[in-house]
Design a protein around this ligand. Structure first.
Ligand SMILES: N[C@@H](CCC[C@H](N)C(=O)O)C(=O)O
Length: 304
């Protein structure tokens, strides 16, 4: 057998999806074996040499009773994370489309806790994102007592930021205009600020009125994305705690609009938005033994 054949690994089936342009490679790890090292995830996430995605979503059998699936999330940098709101909607659409379930209400175990997803008949998905965590130690955020707004020095500037966990850590800054907000410069500085020991997703929130806001998010481990579901939830929580937003807010992200509802302290945050399938594909993973070679890709386009 040739060297080439010896180094070929298994074929991996995947689906490319997006939620408002926050894009995902989704893998069914129930019907096929699947395990990837972080460097392989980074290669696949590459938009020039790989499949290209913000996050990899992996569907696994549940590890808890009364839960339908386990859903694992990996950022483009290969780090495994706790929560992904846009991903949760795509996950719900994926398990229905792949006939892994026929339920319309799905309970899912994530590293950030159990969440509930409801598939609408119009293609939208309603996600119960759970109760936001505001205690600094649980976010995690390094501060003394809990506050609505924390002063923070970054890159020679004094800023005011809210800190919220939606299962994953978020910092939220109020800005006058998202179009001119310093997302590319402040985003990476704040993502890795020592006050966030697990790094954080950084939202730049412009409030239009109590029911409308605009948002850009510099995501931990992926950079700025066209939309961030958990970021939209964290931003509404932060804006409401500051007394500037109401219970139901339409959040305009670069990739489209999400509706977020939060009744207030102790209540879960509800998020509603679309989930779109772009195409299905398969690729051959490299084998275990060196030398590593280029993968071959094949894909077939599907309707949304
Ligand atoms: N795009 C996501 C969030 C994905 C994870 C995030 N980058 C993190 O590291 O916590 C969303 O829609 O919520």
């Amino acid at each position: 057998m040739s060297q080439q054949k010896c180094n070929q690994g298994p074929v991996l089936r995947f689906t490319k999806m997006h939620g408002l342009g926050n894009d995902f490679m989704v893998v069914d790890a129930i019907s096929q074996p699947f395990r990837l090292r972080p460097e392989m995830i980074r290669e696949l996430a590459d938009r020039h040499f790989g499949v290209g995605f913000d996050q990899l979503l992996v569907v696994e059998p549940p590890g808890l009773p009364e839960v339908d699936f386990r859903y694992r999330i990996f950022n483009a940098d290969g780090s495994e994370v706790e929560q992904c709101g846009n991903g949760a909607r795509c996950f719900a659409r994926f398990v229905r489309d792949q006939r892994l379930t026929n339920k319309r209400v799905i309970r899912v175990q994530t590293a950030g806790g159990v969440i509930e997803l409801k598939l609408g008949r119009d293609g939208s998905v309603l996600v119960n994102m759970g109760v936001p965590e505001l205690e600094p130690t649980a976010i995690p955020f390094q501060a003394g007592a809990r506050q609505t707004v924390y002063p923070l020095d970054v890159a020679g500037q004094s800023l005011e930021l809210s800190a919220v966990s939606m299962g994953n850590p978020h910092g939220v800054l109020l800005v006058e205009n998202v179009d001119t907000a310093p997302v590319e410069t402040l985003g990476p500085e704040l993502e890795r600020h020592p006050a966030f020991p697990a790094r954080a997703n950084i939202g730049f929130l412009q409030i239009i009125d109590e029911g409308h806001a605009r948002l850009r998010v510099f995501e931990r481990g992926s950079g700025e994305t066209l939309a961030c579901g958990s970021g939209a939830c964290a931003a509404v929580v932060a804006g409401r705690l500051r007394g500037r937003l109401g219970k139901r807010v339409e959040v305009e992200l670069r990739g489209g609009r999400l509706v977020i509802e939060w009744q207030g302290e102790g209540a879960p945050v509800m998020m509603e938005g679309p989930a779109v399938t772009v195409f299905e594909g398969q690729l051959r993973l490299p084998g275990d033994s060196p030398p590593r070679r280029r993968r071959s890709h094949r894909s077939t386009r599907n309707g949304a």
